[in-house]
Design a protein around this ligand. Structure first.
Ligand code: IPD
Ligand code: CA
Length: 251
């Protein structure tokens, strides 16, 4: 199967190893006690996030490519060349509470274009990988977006990032949006939500103000699985407004 990773074969192997090693560390050493470091307002940070990121950075570093990772203190804007985007633990609150929607997420982007993504579903020990214009897999099994065409039959995954505007006006806009779908799901991991769109479990994902590292691999995965993804810069640094769908369902 490896040849289908095309020009990214070496980078894909590296990213897969890094994501799997981080996932192993999170499961083996931190599932009982994630080591909460900061629990303020709507955000939570743990020792687990930091240690998983350390493992990933160590493995990706020899590639020589710039790395933007959630927990790193300084983040350098990537240039037009290839760059890693890393979330060592997506769904930190879920991890702390023992809710099984948690993931490690690593993407390779070139400028503004997602190239490939690797997402490890921690609870189910599944590895999702997708290379844009090539294909997407869960383990070795090819995956594809759903064929649901009508919004009233579609399941929308969404979420409230930590800096969400909870004013009545903003929430009314949110309600109007979700009313149009059959159901909504807010699983607390943007990476897994997108992986679920990529394999046809959900039909669309929309989130505003989500951080780039939360969604980078998932966006690549949805595109690689035959879906569509649109994203634009959000209000805050590193945030994006994202819409990813099976290519049929529209807002
Ligand atoms: C969070 C998850 C969640 C989203 C939040 C993110 P984190 O990521 O992706 O689904 O709604 O905005 O912050 O902080 O657990 O990596
Ligand atoms: Ca995270």
């Amino acid at each position: 199967m490896n040849s289908i990773f095309g020009p990214w074969q070496a980078e894909m192997s590296l990213a897969t190893r890094a994501a799997e090693d981080a996932a192993r560390l999170l499961r083996d050493q931190f599932s009982r006690d994630p080591g909460v470091r900061k629990d303020s307002e709507k955000d939570i940070k743990t020792e687990a996030d930091l240690k998983a990121e350390e493992v990933i950075l160590k493995l990706l570093h020899p590639s020589g490519l710039p790395i933007v990772a959630e927990e790193s203190a300084t983040k350098v804007k990537p240039g037009p060349g290839p760059c890693w985007l890393v979330d060592p633990l997506d769904g930190t609150l879920n991890f702390v509470r023992g809710f099984p929607a948690t993931a490690v997420s690593i993407a390779l982007w070139e400028g503004e274009s997602p190239q490939f993504g690797v997402i490890v579903d921690l609870a189910r020990d599944r590895v999702f990988r997708g290379v844009v214009k090539s294909g997407a897999w869960c383990g070795d099994v090819p995956i594809r977006v759903s064929t649901v065409k009508e919004r009233r039959q579609a399941v929308l995954a969404t979420g409230f990032p930590s800096q969400t505007d909870y004013t009545d006006q903003a929430l009314t806009t949110f309600i109007r949006r979700v009313q149009r779908f059959k159901k909504i799901r807010m699983v607390g991991s943007a990476a897994l939500s997108l992986a679920m769109v990529a394999c046809g479990v959900f039909d669309a994902y929309i989130e505003e103000g989500i951080k780039l590292w939360d969604v980078a691999a998932g966006i690549a995965l949805v595109k690689a699985a035959g879906g569509q993804a649109e994203f634009a810069s959000g209000r805050l640094p590193w945030s994006l407004n994202v819409k990813a769908t099976n290519g049929w369902v529209d807002e």
